[in-house]
Design a protein around this ligand. Structure first.
Ligand code: PBG
Length: 358
């Protein structure tokens, strides 16, 4: 055996130990199918891979705050900040360079501007409208999605109008229509009602059309469950301290599946262009069933709590954060999602720019 610097050089030749060759036919199981053959090498695994994740699959949610040159970390969402308009424009530029097609905007409203009826939602110069205009001016080719709901604006933290402890459906829809029109006028491309009021998709579509805004798309939060996983988001928009009670009279009961199909069916009949399921990872069955049943563009929201869980485990050294991020995002693609709203959007898009994910 040749020796170089005191080591047998053969040891360098084969790094991966080969499976011991079966010494004779008798030692082999008589198998026609050996699925492991297709998994044996990296190139073969890539060749038979069924799903891919690209930057086109990403929608990046941003939290906005009033002021100038502000970045305030959200403690329950490590790596996510509330940012002022100037930073939002820069993030939009970054997103465009990373080929992220769309941003979703969520405001942290100054507590002084919050009231019972969420009137700040109807201020054409509110934080969201100003930011939409600024981004559209500087980065016209990126899509902007605006959430339609009152919770960042109400003093009680609910998505709708509240009277005697009840959320008023039709009165709320009336406000949501006006909120949608203002966002459309500011230049937003997609309105995304996240309030779960009955009939709001049809009412908003009608109102947009009446205003001549036939090109504004609607992404319906169609199957939105009353979930504990929204906790960190409520910290970010400042509604966790204000919220009285819970949202179970309008968001869905997480014990149900058929109800999600009925919600999606209604939203599509009322004119939704795209539907969304939320939360994400614990609801892959819902994503899959909706996509199989309706074959419409189907999105999924990997919500704040899901992000926080991965980041917390990674921060403690209990999980490889990047790998958990990629595996979770791939799971959405496997379930049939056409796109994912995720706080990981810039991080995974950076990785995609650097090369292959897997
Ligand atoms: C507001 C809204 C919520 C989220 C998106 N839009 C919170 C809620 O319904 O209480 C949650 C997003 C997340 O947790 O990342 N209607």
């Amino acid at each position: 055996m040749a020796i170089k610097y005191g080591r047998p050089i053969e040891s360098k030749v084969r790094v991966v130990p080969a499976e011991p060759a079966a010494s004779s036919r008798q030692d082999c199981l008589d198998l026609v199918q050996r699925p492991r053959r297709n998994r044996r090498t990296d190139w073969a695994r890539r060749m038979v891979r069924e799903n891919v994740l690209t930057a086109n699959d990403l929608i990046w949610p941003l939290f906005l705050v009033d002021g100038d040159n502000i970045r305030t970390p959200v403690p329950s969402m490590p790596g996510v900040d509330r940012i002022s308009l100037d930073h939002a424009v820069r993030e939009a530029e970054r997103a465009a360079k990373l080929d992220i097609p769309c941003l979703a905007l969520f405001p942290y409203t100054d507590p002084k501007l919050r009231d019972e009826n969420g009137t700040e939602a109807l201020n054409p110069d509110n934080l969201v409208c100003r930011t939409v205009r600024a981004i559209k001016k500087e980065v016209p080719d990126i899509g902007i999605l605006c959430d339609v709901a009152l919770d960042p604006y109400t003093s009680h933290g609910h998505d709708g109008l509240l009277a005697d402890g009840q959320i008023l459906n039709d009165e709320t829809v009336d406000v949501l229509i006006r909120q949608s029109i203002l966002q459309a006028e500011a230049g937003c491309d997609i309105v995304a009602p996240s309030d779960m009021m009955d009939g709001r998709i049809g009412a908003i579509r009608q109102a947009l059309d009446d205003e001549g805004r036939i090109d504004v798309q609607i992404m319906a939060y169609a199957a939105k469950y009353a979930s504990v996983f929204y906790g960190p988001f409520r910290d970010a928009v400042g509604s966790s301290t204000t919220l009285t009670g819970d949202k179970r009279t309008y968001q869905m009961d997480y014990c149900n599946t058929n109800e999600a199909l009925r919600e999606v069916e209604l939203d599509l009949e009322e004119g939704a262009d795209m539907v969304m399921v939320k939360p994400g990872l614990p609801y892959l069955d819902i994503v899959h069933r909706i996509k199989e049943t309706f074959a419409h563009p189907t999105f999924v929201y990997q919500v704040s709590g899901e992000y926080a869980m991965i980041m917390a485990a990674a921060g403690n050294g209990w999980l490889d954060g990047d790998k958990a991020m990629i595996e979770s995002l791939m799971a959405f693609k496997r379930a049939g999602a056409d796109g994912i709203l995720t706080y990981f959007a810039p991080r995974v898009a950076e990785k995609l720019k650097q090369g292959r994910l897997l």
